[in-house]
Design a protein around this ligand. Sequence first.
Ligand code: MLT
Length: 392
Amino acid sequence: MNDTILNPHYAELAESYLFSTIARKIAEYRSAHPGAEIIKLGIGDVTTPLVPAVIDAMHRAVDEMGERSTFRGYGPEQGYEFLREAVARGEYAPRSVEISPDEVFISDGSKCDVANFQELFSASVRVAVPDPVYPVYLDSNLMAGRKVEFLPALAENGFQVELPKSPVDVIYLCSPNNPTGTVLTRETLEKFVNYALKNGSVILFDAAYSAYIRDEKLVHSIYEIPGARECAVEFRSFSKTAGFTGVRCAVTVVPKELETLRKMWLRRQSTKFNGVSYVVQRAAEAVYSETGWAQIKSVIDGYMANAAAIRAGLAQCGYTVYGGEHAPYIWWKLPGEEKSFDFFDRLLKSCEVVGTPGSGFGACGEGYFRLTAFGEAAATRRALERIAARLK
Ligand code: MLT
């Protein structure tokens, strides 16, 4: 093969995706230490089984697929109406946000949606990405050959993202933020919405962790901000809300005020994506039943108890920590000058605990380390005991 036929922009990416690098490092350690009891608080993957209401709905849907009269083949491209209605009712109506089912798109994951959405913009758009943040926004734009401006979010200003210094067309925001676990204030979001309206920019708002916000007064959806319907697309996920990381289902909202984008997204999805299975969409619908939501809340409470334990455990050891109050991530400030990837190795070696190096989320993440609250409670406690006893 002639290498000149390849997309040259892949050469601008880090050698491997952040969580693939972490998985490789764990595998290497495991093969060198076969008996190791490694506690993984790295990738934000859930550990609690699906709740009974979801399992019951899945079973019923599986039975329907086994009967000629209720069997389904290809589903509607945008997702079944029953789920799009349930999302509008269950995610948005309780916050007094009016979203119509036509504005809701069902997919197999927010990672794919947030990575694919940039295809709708021209190759020359100017893109801004918070730093630190979920690496998919940057990587997907680098792959498309775009230059990206970073918007620092620093401890000094409560990890509130700063406005772009030069004009940008597309702005990614993530709140509660992955990795800092902090929430953007109403004031910050108003600033961004006003900026976008003034400059004709689009905000791509990743709200994958909104179900973890404990304070009702905090903003859960960008559409709580006046004017956002004219400039923002929102992404939500059943992965973290309802433990669907292995089941796959997510939501993207494109409001009618952005009708050209909405039509383009439908065109893109109907061309390149075949939808989420009927069984999974019925399972997702059950999340919004009264019983389902109560069961899910108690799973989230369990993860947030882990988050509180991690915060308290690290603070007791004298460390500074952020996040973990409205999000399942704890952002640990490393003392001294140690690089976060070196700390990853040291923590693994001394405690057999895995986390995620802050620099994997951007240059401003250097000197920090992310722990997830998605582990099992007992394992999380053991990890903290090891850190207290062995990490020097
Ligand atoms: C993370 O650990 O940052 C997330 O689990 C990654 C993802 O949701 O794709």
